[in-house]
Design a protein around this ligand. Structure first.
Ligand SMILES: Nc1ncnc2c1ncn2[C@@H]1O[C@H](COP(=O)(O)OP(=O)(O)OP(=O)(O)O)[C@@H](O)[C@H]1O
Ligand SMILES: [Mg+2]
Length: 331
């Protein structure tokens, strides 16, 4: 039996009842925090000015090696549209570090991992932008989640975002929605302060104030923002619904990837799931139990299209893949 068949057999169907989202409730940011936010904004603007200047120079830190190698030079790709939410923040992604971590980088399009994610992204893109009945409602909003911590959600979400951003006609917004333990900045080697939670809490703050453009022209990051103990309620608020509607519908070619917390550890992902058109459920091979997967799936029944991604699979001898299998439920 192949690993694909084993995984399909192991994962089977879904059972159980969906989780009930927390009641929507928002809260105005306390006054004493306003000055903190302004200070943070000023800091971010200063940082992005500095980063933009640095990026214009040929040799900067570890980036120079990647950028100056002829075969690995990244051509700037023009944005498909001039974004109305155009942000002043710009940061360079540490591609050399990402490469060392085994992740996709634009200069290594033929790598094994790039090939794997090329296969993984195809059905997701078809669901998001397909014609007629194949098109999934809100299919361009894709949450990457898993049952348990450490299964590879952030790794897969970032690789998916990078792979999609390398498409000619797609723009990608990567949202770090793991608001309790945000890891996207660390993986990309960027700095972040304000983000999603701050925008939800402070009506004066615009998305464009906190989004980060990167040197991968089609990839923009929305960081998680500062931690907040009532984050789940914020994610369930009408402000979040409005925000997701806004970012989901503003550009016809944009995909939004949400990196999220594990379903069985917090209630945030099941709340987020209510906003999604598609969910990618990462399952760690040979580790996550069928019971855990089934229970996790029961928390995201509000989303009709859930795809399974078996991660960290060990290749069987002679197999031409190492990443695992990809299948889909729903529809
Ligand atoms: N396919 C893979 N190949 C190699 N390493 C991987 C793979 N997927 C994940 N990892 C590694 O496994 C570790 C956990 O991955 P990651 O941070 O993506 O998990 P996570 O599910 O987002 O965790 P958390 O629940 O804490 O957010 C990291 O060190 C990551 O680099
Ligand atoms: Mg993570």
């Amino acid at each position: 039996m192949s690993i694909i068949e084993k995984a399909a057999k192991k994962l089977g169907g879904t059972t159980g009842q969906g989780a009930t989202p927390q009641p929507a409730r928002t809260e105005d940011a306390p006054r004493k925090e306003e000055s903190l936010i302004e200070a943070a904004l000023a800091r971010q603007k200063e940082l992005s000015r500095h980063q933009a200047q640095s990026a214009a120079m040929p040799d900067v830190g570890t980036m120079s090696e990647v950028r100056t190698a002829p075969e690995s030079r990244m051509e700037p790709v023009p944005q498909a549209e001039e974004p109305a939410e155009s942000t002043s923040q710009y940061q360079s992604i540490n591609l050399a570090r990402m490469h060392r971590m085994g992740m996709i980088t634009p200069d290594a399009e033929k790598s094994q991992i790039a090939e794997e994610f090329r296969i993984i992204k195809r059905p997701l893109i078809a669901n998001a932008f397909g014609q007629g009945a194949t098109r999934v409602k809100n299919g361009n909003r894709i949450m990457v989640t898993s049952s348990l911590p450490g299964e590879g959600k952030s790794f897969c979400a970032i690789n998916l975002a990078l792979s999609m951003a390398m498409e000619m006609d797609r723009t990608v917004l990567l949202v770090d929605a793991d608001v309790a333990r945000p890891r996207v900045p660390e993986y990309l080697g960027i700095h972040s302060d304000l983000g999603l939670l701050d925008v939800l809490r402070d009506k004066k703050l615009r998305l464009s104030d906190v989004m980060i453009r990167t040197d991968i022209a089609k990839l923009t990051i929305l960081p998680a923002g500062r931690t907040y103990k009532r984050a789940t309620e914020l994610l369930a608020s009408s402000a979040m619904t409005d925000l997701v509607e806004d970012i989901g519908s503003r550009y016809h070619d944009r995909i939004i990837i949400f990196d999220s917390p594990p379903l069985l550890a917090t209630s945030e992902s099941s709340v987020l799931a209510t906003h999604m058109g598609q969910i990618v459920m990462v399952v760690e091979a040979e580790k996550t139990s069928e019971e855990a997967v089934r229970e996790a799936l029961s928390h995201i029944q509000t989303c009709e299209v859930v795809s399974m991604l078996l991660n960290k699979a060990t290749p069987s001898p002679g197999a031409d893949y190492y990443y695992g299998y990809y299948g889909s439920y729903g529809k």
